[in-house]
Ligand binder design. Structure first.
Ligand code: ADP
Ligand code: MG
Length: 286
C-alpha cells in the first residue's frame, strides 16, 4: 500500500462529479452565527469512494447535507455532476447511523419505499407494477445476505441486519451517489467488519460514487480510495490521502504495516485537530 499526500483540491484522473469551490457554511446570523465549514475546495471523481474523518462538530455532516442538496453554501459554490446543486436531477441514496426502518412495514416494503417516491420509479409503482420491483428487492436483499428476510419486520432483525436493510433501501432506486453518515457506528466490531465487506462488494458491483463520514479510521481505510481529514470547527480539509490498496480488501490487510502506518498518521492528525487533549482511543462522535 502506498499512502501519499495530496493537495485537497486534487481529484485524481477521474472527471469531477462533486466539486466544492471555496464553499462555506455559516449557521445562524448576527451574534448567533456559527461558521461550521470554512471555505473549502474539494473535488470528488465519478465512481470514487471518499471518506471524511475529523473531530466531532467539524462539519462532516454539513458537507453531506450540501452534497445532498439539503443546504446551500453561505459562500462559494457546490457543483454536482457539473451543475450547481439543485440544477441536476441526480439520484441520491442516504444511510445514517440510525436505520429508521418503519416498524409497521416488513423489510421488503421498507426497502421499496424510495420507489414510491423517486421518479421515474414512482410512476411504475403507482401504475400498480409493484410486483416488478419485488425481484429487484429480492436481488438486493440476497446481495447483502438478507435473502428470504423480506417478510420479516424490523423488530425481528438484529442491529446489523437492520443496517443491511437500510443499505438496500438507500440503493434500491439505483442512485448515482451514496451518502453514508456513520452508518456502521452503532454496531459491534465483528458486525461492522461484515458490513464493510458487504459495502465494498456493493460499491464494486455498482460503481457508484460514495461519500462516507466515519469516526473509525480503520473503516475509512478499508472502504475508501481517499480519506479527507478535517480540522476542528470551522472545518477545513487538512489532509487528503490516497489508500492505494488492492480490491477486494480483506480484514487481514488491515493488519499490514502500511495500513497500520496510514491509520496511525491519520489518528495523530485528528488528535492534533481536537487540540491534543483527547484520550487516545476515544471515538469521535458525530
Ligand atoms: P459533524 O458531523 O462533523 O460532527 P456537523 O456538520 O453536524 O458536524 O456540525 C458542524 C457544526 O455546526 C457543529 O458545531 C454543530 O453544532 C453546528 N451546527 C450543525 N447544524 C447546525 C444548525 N442547524 N444550526 C446551528 N448550528 C449547527
Ligand atoms: Mg455528523
Amino acid at each position: 500500500m502506498n499512502a501519499q499526500n495530496f493537495i485537497p483540491q486534487h481529484a485524481g484522473s477521474r472527471p469531477a462529479f462533486i466539486e466544492f469551490e471555496h464553499a462555506s457554511i455559516t449557521y445562524g446570523r448576527g451574534d448567533k452565527a456559527v461558521q461550521a465549514l470554512a471555505p473549502t475546495s474539494l473535488r470528488i471523481g465519478e465512481g470514487d469512494f471518499v471518506a471524511l474523518v475529523g473531530p466531532s462538530g467539524c462539519g462532516k455532516s454539513t458537507i453531506l447535507k450540501m452534497v445532498g442538496e439539503l443546504l446551500k453554501p453561505s459562500s462559494g459554490n457546490v457543483f454536482v455532476a457539473g451543475r450547481e446543486i439543485g440544477a441536476t436531477p441526480i439520484r441520491i441514496g442516504m444511510a445514517y447511523q440510525n436505520p429508521t426502518l418503519l416498524p409497521w412495514l416488513n423489510i421488503r416494503d421498507n426497502v421499496m419505499l424510495p420507489l414510491k417516491i423517486v421518479p421515474p420509479f414512482r410512476h411504475d409503482y403507482r401504475a400498480k407494477r409493484k410486483s416488478e420491483f419485488r425481484d429487484r428487492v429480492e436481488t438486493l436483499l440476497a446481495q447483502v445476505g438478507l435473502g428470504g428476510f423480506g417478510d420479516k419486520y424490523p423488530w425481528q432483525l438484529s442491529g446489523g441486519m437492520m443496517q443491511r436493510a437500510n443499505l438496500c433501501r438507500a440503493l434500491i432506486h439505483d442512485p448515482d451517489l451514496l451518502l453514508l453518515d456513520e452508518p456502521f457506528g452503532a454496531l459491534d466490531q465483528f458486525t461492522r467488519e461484515e458490513l464493510w465487506s458487504i459495502m465494498q462488494d456493493l460499491w464494486l458491483s455498482k460503481k457508484l460514487t460514495v461519500l462516507l463520514v466515519t469516526h473509525d479510521l480503520k473503516e475509512a481505510a478499508y472502504l475508501a480510495n481517499r480519506i479527507c481529514v478535517m480540522s476542528a470547527r470551522p472545518g477545513r480539509i487538512l489532509d487528503d490521502s490516497l489508500v492505494d490498496m488492492p480490491r477486494p480488501r480483506t480484514i487481514e490487510m488491515t493488519f499490514e504495516p502500511a495500513f497500520v502506518a496510514l491509520n496511525q498518521r491519520l489518528r495523530a492528525m485528528i488528535v492534533d485537530a481536537r487540540g491534543g487533549a483527547g484520550i487516545v482511543n476515544a471515538p469521535i462522535h458525530a
